[in-house]
Design a protein around this ligand. Structure first.
Ligand code: AVI
Length: 313
């Protein structure tokens, strides 16, 4: 039994507002559900960012040419399937080394051998570890540029996002850049269906965390007695996902019992949305200054280039 997973789950379910850390969504099945979410019509962030990236990469190429940067080391944080880095590499010809940082190495090794086939000139490195912490990474003589697509930064609390950005700065070193996907604040009529899709894939993704607890931590959640909910909390600027108990019930995990009232929820994920200027303020607290912002049509998604600045270090 994974002791850390167990302790995190027990601690979360002992809270007055029961909660589970969203990082535990991503076992093999959860990652497959997430890939399906990315193909849904309602889930605009994935395809919007992917559609914007070629233009961003072309402009970045001109930007780095003007800045006389002829060699880049691209470092992807939380690299999973490596779908997003391809359009960047296709345009940004000065990248001669790609480093994929991720907690789980297996999936990544497969994806990176596909990448090696597509980009035979590129040096590719896979580094396994907790990319939210400062990491020891061999820096080449090239200019480092971090890459954190998908608006995954939105799954951190704002203070955790500042810490992540600060740690990314430590990992990447002086004179580095960071290219980030940030989901923007918008009408709930667009936001809520993205997390409440009509095919029910997000519901399966959310409930998978209970399946995982049942299997790995000797739990007995009855999945039919919980329903998926996702609402936009406008005041806090975030989508909140919960699992709501449909009845009064008791659940046991590794021998510990938890009571649920009818309607009581487990808070499983936040997905923060930021106005670009709001995000820039947050990044500047972590020592990064904004260089450029690219907005998708209707401003529904932003890609930002940050540069490490002296302030905040
Ligand atoms: C990974 N992350 C950016 C997704 C998001 O949109 O917050 C996770 C997700 N949760 C439900 N759907 C997608």
């Amino acid at each position: 039994m994974d002791h850390v997973f167990l302790q995190d789950v027990l601690a979360g379910l002992r809270l007055p507002q029961k909660a589970l850390p969203p990082k535990y969504f991503y076992d093999q099945q959860g990652s497959a559900y997430f890939d399906q979410i990315c193909q849904l019509d309602e889930y605009y962030p994935y395809r919007t960012e992917l559609g914007l990236l070629p233009e961003v990469a072309r402009e970045l190429k001109h930007y780095f040419e003007r800045a006389s940067v002829s060699s880049l080391q691209l470092v992807e944080f939380g690299a999973g399937s490596l779908h997003k880095v391809k359009p960047v590499l296709e345009e940004l010809s000065m990248v001669d080394e790609f480093v994929a940082l991720d907690i789980s190495g297996e999936h990544l090794k497969e994806a990176s051998s596909d990448l090696a086939e597509a980009f035979p000139q590129l040096t590719i490195k896979v580094v396994q570890g907790d990319f939210t912490q400062p990491m020891q990474m061999e820096l080449s003589s090239a200019t480092p540029m971090g890459f954190f697509p998908g608006s995954t930064i939105g799954n951190f609390e704002p203070e955790e996002a500042v810490e992540f950005l600060r740690n990314a700065g430590t990992t990447l070193g002086e004179e580095s850049y960071l290219l980030l996907g940030v989901d923007t604040k918008k009408d709930r009529a667009i936001l809520e269906p993205a997390y409440n899709d009509s095919k029910g894939v997000t519901a399966l993704f959310n409930k998978n965390i209970l399946t995982r607890i049942n299997r790995e931590l000797d739990g007995n959640f009855d999945l039919d007695q919980f329903e998926h909910t996702a609402i936009y909390n406008q005041q806090l600027g975030r989508i909140e996902m919960h699992l709501r108990s449909l009845t009064k019930q008791e659940v046991s995990i590794a021998g510990e019992r938890f009571q649920f009232a009818e309607g009581e929820t487990i808070h499983t994920e936040n997905s923060y949305k930021y106005h670009p200027e709001e995000f820039e303020r947050l990044a500047s607290r972590a020592g990064w200054s904004p260089e450029s912002v690219w907005l998708a049509a209707d401003g529904i998604f932003a890609i930002m280039l940050l540069r490490r600045s002296a302030a905040g270090r």
